[in-house]
Write a protein that binds this ligand. Structure first.
Ligand code: CA
Length: 233
């Protein structure tokens, strides 16, 4: 069983055959793939789905990949999402290098899918370490995402699957305040039919497990905003 968190890759590519090839190969690697064929839609999807990495074709109808990249990198909600651009060989490559597109990386067409996957993994190691088997640490809490084991100090934490995912989300971005909505999306998935109250219930359970034995409370409740993992709780 693959116990790693499922990473979501948004692929923006207007050539159907390319898109299908990428979808097939990325899903085979265990990624969740969402896709679209034009730039306007890419911006909407990036905002709504908060993907872990975006693979963005340079040549798109209407809005170019460069413009999409620029808008995503200047948007509050989307600026932190790594973008890998797909470019055609030739002058565009130099333009990608020369322009300050804000893209995090780029791959020149025609590319080997193995190369693209390697670059996606490199980006995920930073943006979504739990999806690449990294060990997460915050204060005295550690999660070995390969072994699926969470510890506080020397003590193994007995977490249910939901509490484990919840702690992973917190550990990937300590101090970030997560709204209950965004936790719901990340932990239960976009399609889940779950009440916001359920989020509170599971945060409560996680807090109780983390704090058992009188350990310091590291989950901060931010009134009207949500929760964060913080030393300032
Ligand atoms: Ca294209």
């Amino acid at each position: 069983m693959n116990t790693r968190a499922l990473a979501t890759i948004l692929v923006v590519e207007d050539e159907a055959s390319q898109l299908e090839m990428l979808r097939y190969n990325l899903e085979k690697e265990g990624y969740r793939v969402t896709a679209c064929e034009d730039g306007e839609e890419a911006i909407l999807m990036a905002r709504e789905e908060n993907p872990d990495v975006i693979v963005l074709d340079w040549m798109l109808p209407s809005l170019s990949g460069i413009e999409v990249c620029r808008r995503l990198k200047s948007g509050d909600e989307t600026s932190a999402i790594p973008i890998i651009m797909l470019t055609a060989r030739g002058e565009e490559t130099d333009r990608v290098r020369g322009l300050e597109t804000g893209a995090d990386d780029y791959v020149v067409k025609p590319y080997g899918v193995g190369e693209l996957i390697a670059r996606i993994r490199a980006r995920l190691r930073q943006s979504r370490p739990s999806a690449t088997g990294e060990t997460l640490r915050f204060e005295d809490i550690t999660i070995d995402t390969e072994q699926h084991r969470a510890m506080r100090g020397e003590k193994v934490l007995k977490l249910g699957p939901t509490e484990y995912r919840l702690l992973t989300v917190f550990m990937e971005r300590p101090k970030r305040v997560w709204s209950r909505d965004s936790l719901l999306d990340r932990v239960w998935g976009l399609d889940a039919d779950v009440d916001l109250r359920t989020v509170d219930v599971h945060v409560g359970r996680l807090r109780k497990i983390l704090n058992s034995g009188g350990a310091r409370d590291l989950i901060r409740t931010v009134r009207g905003a949500g929760y964060s993992l913080d030393t300032d709780s």
